[in-house]
Design a protein around this ligand. Structure first.
Ligand code: PMP
Length: 441
């Protein structure tokens, strides 16, 4: 009997033995093409020697020093490199161990900024339906995934949820994409006015929505309007790039493609590429200066912030993403993968939408393409697709989301950026096998 507390108590899972490029191999020798990088984590695949060498080299020097006493070379160099490539205005980096921690830090920093700047009444957070920001209580409260929130609702901070920017579902007949984007962005202004601007602290969003919706990018102009509204009302813009950041969409930060910069952003997953658990919160100099010139102390912290081995791994990863051209490769291979998916599935009767950016792509699975009707929840389409793909030797990330109160389904693909053309073909073939088994055309 295993003593590990598994994610699903009754699931039987193979045991991973080793990684080989874009593949994971179990103890029985079966190879799985990692079509989702786990959960959009493994951007460099599973056997990157530059990263493992950097980890070993750091371990030979020192594994850990508490940041209450000392900083470390890899943390300093990683922060410099991140800021050199970050959207304009972002100036300081706070390291953590994962995405939820990065979001908690972002929320608490926003709150402390309001206190330090003489606006202590500002505490309300506005976020979006169909979003995921993590599983710790603050991040969970911010997320708009009803199923995840429900059991813990009584324990949560109050958050408002406005509509996501989800053109496939939300754009109305005869409405231009741009008009749609502005219309949903304006829901933010209406909610700020409803709550009273002097109460609102921050708006939180994933630039490209991951787990809850399957790589849904915003329409052009949406985030520019969001930025304007936040500025007009003194509300901080927190972008959650935990899943879509670090080159995943073809640029290091996803928001670069929307022509805006946030006040605070959260990154994780691809930052450590799975080699170490590491995340970060980045903030503007304005926010940092308010705290530095005020109480001088960010009232937050975890034991493992700025962990030397984790930041050494992340430094090696980020060097490959930037100077090594891997983020640009994600844009290129992403175009190939998208073309292959469109070629295979654009006419599929149960594929309603193929979308995303770079190596962050999603297929929305529907019962009826014309009416966009989702499958009934009891069909458990996402669960079956995941199981059949896994059997065929493909790891992908099918999920059910809530669409207008009903369960919908999508397949999220977020493979390593190292994917070859042959592996793009293998991924699409294996996904086809799973689709044929679950949803015969
Ligand atoms: N934000 C987003 C957008 C995510 O996708 C995730 C993880 N799926 C998180 C936050 C939470 O990150 P973690 O699981 O590392 O705590």
């Amino acid at each position: 009997m295993s003593h590990v507390f598994p994610r699903h108590c009754h699931a039987t899972q193979p045991t991973v033995a080793r990684g080989d490029g874009a593949y994971l191999i179990d103890t029985a020798g079966k190879r799985y093409l990692d079509g989702s990088g786990g959960a959009a984590v493994s951007c460099l695949g599973h056997s990157d020697a530059d990263v493992t060498d950097a980890i070993r080299a750091q371990l030979d020097k020192v594994a850990f020093a508490h940041t209450g006493f000392m900083t470390s070379e890899p943390a300093e160099r990683l922060a410099d490199l991140l800021i050199a490539h970050a959207p304009a205005g972002l100036d300081r980096v706070y390291f953590v161990s994962g995405g939820s921690e990065a979001m908690e830090a972002a929320l608490k920093l926003a709150r402390q900024y309001m206190i330090e700047t003489g606006q202590p009444q500002r505490h309300r957070v506005i976020a979006r339906r169909q979003s995921y920001h993590g599983n710790t209580l603050g991040a969970l409260a911010t997320g708009g995934n009803l199923w995840r929130r429900e059991p813990f609702a009584p324990m949560m901070i109050e958050t408002s949820h406005i509509a996501p920017c989800y053109a496939y579902r939300g754009q109305q007949d005869g409405e231009s994409e741009e008009a749609y984007g502005l219309r949903v962005a304006d829901e933010l202004e209406a909610e700020i006015q409803r709550l009273g601007a002097d109460q609102v602290m921050a708006f939180v969003a994933e630039p490209v929505v991951g787990a809850t919706s399957g790589a849904v990018p915003p329409v052009t102009g949406y985030f520019r309007r969001i930025r304007e509204i936040c500025d007009r009302h003194g509300v901080l813009l927190i972008l959650d790039e935990v899943m879509c950041g670090m080159g995943r969409t073809g640029t290091l930060f996803a928001c670069e493609q929307d022509g805006i910069a946030p006040d605070i952003t959260a990154i994780a997953k691809g930052l450590g590429a799975g080699y170490q658990p590491v995340g970060a919160m980045l903030c503007t100099g304005t926010i940092y200066d308010a705290i530095s010139g005020g109480s001088g102390f960010f009232q937050h912290g975890h034991t493992y912030i700025g962990h030397p081995v984790a930041t050494a791994a992340a430094l090696a990863v980020l060097t490959k993403l930037t100077d090594g051209g891997m983020a640009a490769r994600a844009a290129r291979v992403g175009r190939t993968l998208r073309a292959a998916l469109e070629d295979r599935f654009a006419q599929h009767p149960h594929v309603g939408d193929i979308r995303g950016r770079g190596m962050f792509l999603g297929l929305e699975i529907v019962e009826d393409r014309e009416t966009k009707t989702p499958f009934a929840p009891d069909r458990q389409v996402a669960k079956h697709l995941k199981a059949r793909a896994f059997e065929a030797g493909l790891i992908c990330y099918p999920m059910g989301g809530t669409i207008d109160g009903r369960q919908g389904a999508h397949v999220l693909l977020a493979p390593p950026f190292i994917l070859s053309n042959d592996q793009v073909g293998e991924l699409v073939d294996k996904l086809s096998t799973a689709m044929d088994a679950v949803l015969p055309a």
